[in-house]
Design a protein around this ligand. Sequence first.
Ligand code: C5P
Length: 249
Amino acid sequence: MTEVEIEAERKLIVALDMPDAGEAYAFWQRLALPGAVAKIGLELLFAGGVELARKLSAEGARVFVDAKLFDIGNTVERATARVAALGATFLTVHAQDPQTVAAAVRGRAGSSLKLLGITLLTSTAPDSLGAQGISLPSAGLVQLRARFTADAGFDGVVSSPLEVHDLKAAFGGKLAVVCPGIRPGTGQAVAGDDQARTATPGDALRAGADYIVVGRPITQASDPAAAARAIIAQMAEAVAEMHGAEKSR
Ligand code: C5P
């Protein structure tokens, strides 16, 4: 593997969206991507995913606990401390209320757990904000929430590939941006696809994403390890281009 490919692999988060921890563990082993991040979401968390997070972390993998926490401060603080004790690398927390965000920062004290804010679910249609009593447009709401999240000491936010550019313009290196909604553009369709606003792996990185989250294009592929390697190759191309642009500046 070249240095650029190693760098690209470290930016890949694989969503292990499956109903069984044993199956997810075997799948992760078959992928054989030591530099990538294993994402354990709500479905798997309720099917042995917590123990899986502990096991993979102990084996040296970086684990992303996609628990999207949102509760009173005391509960969020204590739950965050438990996730940190698993050895996980990333945890998501809803960034709707500055109190929740501050509580998560207290909860990870003394650990290396990185906190990522969910500013707005990408499934939220802009016209549904009014029904929730929110008068700000979605872009303004994302910026407002990203601001208090950064100020509280979060490490990053999750955003659609279409918002990355504005977030990076406003926050630069202060907030890492993690993008789901990635489709490799190889013509292979994803069954039951519900992602509307998508980008290719290379274009998401070019727009400024620090990490990309890929689920079904890998988990549903006839050869998942080959699909992951093809995605890493697309990412490596973008990383190499960006290094080239930095050098010529
Ligand atoms: O299968 P697919 O590549 O669409 O998977 C994307 C993953 O990213 C899923 O685990 C999904 O829950 C997650 N995600 C998302 N949109 C967000 C936040 C997380 O698709 N805004």
